[in-house]
Write a protein that binds this ligand. Structure first.
Ligand code: SF4
Length: 374
């Protein structure tokens, strides 16, 4: 466990008060909202472009760095806004280059975000809620319960955090996956606003096709997502091929039968022409039988989909284990034999419990121990 605060760390700014008023988080603003704020301060239109550029392209961590703004405006912005929602509580990395960070929020809660380095890809996995209301029994986060939704700035800010880190190493974020703590479509507005901010070509300019949202199958969310008119990717965390088993593995998902989820996925594919990824965590003796593979293939036959098989990552206290390698291969081959496009996805960051479903953590518990010791 490493506890390192190496970054330009004014991350506690979100808790600053101005004349008794809490500062607003600038990252919560879209470009258009920022322009309105600056116009209200009597600033010319081009100021929005300048500030946006500093925040989302040059990754400024302090208004004082925005040297092409008048000093009085910099001071006024600093009085009204903060540039970071986080206090960096701790970081941990492994030899594969995966890094996990524990980010404290202004209300004393915390979230985790992960950077995964794979060849030329620098993927950031972000959270959309503190805790999660879905309650999947194989997921450490699911055991926390739900605390609150994150704001758009708190969501996009996780990407910005790693963008700053990578920028210092002359690298950049190449992909974003919304697969961390929480169910994104139960915080739809903030999640999509964050993605639009990251996608904005005037700023961070991350291509829509480089962003993926993973949902347990919130049908109204999928249908709305299909109509966004963007090329964001959709992933469905299915984990079971029938409603009875799924109700046990994805408790909140019981509200939407698999048949309704599949209809919504069809609507998404029709509207976007995008392939949908189905994620299936493999749990020994629970959903890893070949009859499950056949049922899954039957469900997905003829659709523009890809299946990611994710062998369960053991996390302390959770009563599941992954199938052995032979069974994983049999399951994969069964899907292949039925014409499925399938990949076995090994979660990165297992050693630091940054893998799928492990975003609650020893990390947080250790952090408290570390701070007490300090
Ligand atoms: S697996 Fe995802 S949806 Fe299920 S409890 Fe964990 S974070 Fe929530």
């Amino acid at each position: 466990m490493v506890c390192v605060p190496p970054f330009p760390c004014n991350f506690a700014a979100g808790r600053d008060n101005f004349r008794g008023m809490e500062k607003r988080l600038l990252l919560d603003l879209s470009y258009e909202e920022l322009a309105v704020e600056l116009a209200a301060l009597g600033e010319p239109r081009y100021r929005a472009s300048q500030v946006w550029n500093w925040v989302w392209k040059k990754f400024a961590t302090d208004f004082s760095a925005m040297t092409n703004l008048p000093a009085a405006l910099r001071a006024e912005l600093a009085r009204r806004f903060s540039l970071d929602p986080f206090t960096v509580l701790a970081r941990e990395g492994d030899e594969e280059g995966t890094e996990k960070v524990l980010l404290g929020l202004s209300d004393g809660t915390s979230i985790e975000a992960v950077l995964i380095r794979e060849e030329n890809r620098r993927t950031v996995c972000i959270s959309t809620q503190v805790g999660c209301p879905v309650g999947c029994p194989f997921c450490a986060t699911g055991q926390m319960g739900f605390v609150r939704n994150l704001s758009a700035g708190e969501i996009a800010g996780q990407v910005l955090y790693f963008a700053r880190l990578l920028h210092a190493q002359k690298e950049q974020v190449t992909n974003v996956v919304v697969m961390g703590m929480g169910e994104p479509f139960l915080n739809y507005e903030a999640t999509l606003k964050a993605m639009h901010i990251l996608n904005d070509p005037r700023g961070f300019n991350l291509g829509a096709r480089r962003m993926t949202v993973s949902t347990i199958g919130i049908v109204p969310g999928i249908l709305r997502f299909a109509q966004e008119g963007r090329q964001y990717n959709l992933a469905i965390s299915l984990h079971a091929p029938d409603d009875e088993l799924r109700a046990k593995l994805v408790p909140l998902g019981e509200r939407w039968p698999i048949s309704e989820i599949m209809a919504a996925v069809d609507a998404y594919i029709l509207a976007t022409g995008r392939r949908v990824t189905f994620e299936y965590v493999l749990l020994r003796g629970v959903n890893d039988h070949l009859r499950h593979a056949r049922a899954l293939a039957f469900l997905l036959r003829g659709k523009l989909v890809h299946v990611n098989l994710i062998p369960f990552n053991p996390a302390s206290g959770l009563p599941f284990s992954p199938p052995d390698e032979g069974q994983i291969e049999l399951f994969r081959r069964e899907l292949l034999a039925h014409g499925m496009d399938v990949t076995v996805r090994r979660s990165r960051g297992i050693k630091i419990q940054a893998g799928c479903g492990q975003l609650r953590s020893r990390f947080g518990q250790d952090f408290q121990a570390v701070t007490r010791a300090e």
